[in-house]
Design a protein around this ligand. Structure first.
Ligand code: ITT
Length: 215
């Protein structure tokens, strides 16, 4: 059996990845399951891959276990790829504040619509991107997933009650008829950046499984 720690304190993400990455001989645990505190590394990278790598290396070294970390966000073409790595704190230019997640999501979405003011639908193309990195203790595998769409025009969005973050603004390609917040979770997972990265990581895990330390 090989134990792999998932570098998140979010139990929902641990559960989701456990289901998506099920392979015989692998057991996934969350940081919280290890029963001791860890030092959170600063995510100072300028790309999703750099930040996922920082997290995977930091927690593989601290836990002594193989570690899988992810980083994700939204890239908008008309904004040169912004908000990118600062997606979760776009409203404050990447600075962490005491805002709740709901307040942050609303302020991020308002800023995004403001930045795209006057830009027509065909130039509002965007994608969610997810990078997953496995370190044991050096980087063993990397996987990427992307989810294409467009940011809707104000007045037609926000729409939908599922998901989180930018989902109520994100019209899913190729039809651009529904936002990702209008997709039931199983439909979103089947086509999303996280789902795509998980499928690619599953193939990587299969490939490197024998190089993981036994535990
Ligand atoms: P923290 O940065 O607050 O820990 P997180 O770890 O839960 O958030 P992710 O890295 O998965 O979130 O994503 C970073 C941000 O990118 C997230 O806060 C959203 O603004 C945006 N994002 C990523 N995936 C998304 C999705 O599926 N739907 C909507 N927004 C998403």
């Amino acid at each position: 059996m090989h134990r792999i720690v998932i570098a998140t304190g979010n139990p929902h993400k641990v559960e989701e990845l456990r289901e998506m990455l099920a392979l015989p001989g692998l057991e996934f645990v969350g940081l919280a399951d290890l029963g001791r505190p860890f030092e959170e590394p600063a995510e100072t990278g300028t790309t999703f891959e750099a930040n996922a790598t920082i997290k995977a290396l930091a927690y593989a070294r601290q836990t002594g276990l193989p570690c899988l970390a992810d980083d994700s966000g939204l890239e908008v073409d008309a904004l040169g790829g912004a908000p990118g790595v600062i997606s979760s704190h776009y409203c404050t230019d990447g600075r962490e504040t005491g805002m709740s997640r709901a307040e942050r999501d609303a302020a991020n979405n308002a800023r995004l619509l403001r930045e795209l003011e006057g830009i027509p639908p065909a130039r509002r193309t965007a994608r969610f991107v997810c990078l997953m990195v496995l370190a044991a203790p050096d980087v063993l595998a990397t996987a990427r997933g992307a989810f294409d769409g467009r940011i809707g025009l104000p007045g037609t969005v926000p729409r939908g009650t599922h998901g989180f973050g930018y989902d109520p603004l994100f019209l899913v390609a190729p039809e651009f008829a529904e936002t990702s917040a209008e997709l039931p979770p199983t439909r979103k997972n089947a086509m999303s950046h996280r789902g795509g990265a998980a499928v690619a990581m599953l193939a990587e895990l299969h490939r490197v499984r024998d190089r993981l330390p036994p535990s």
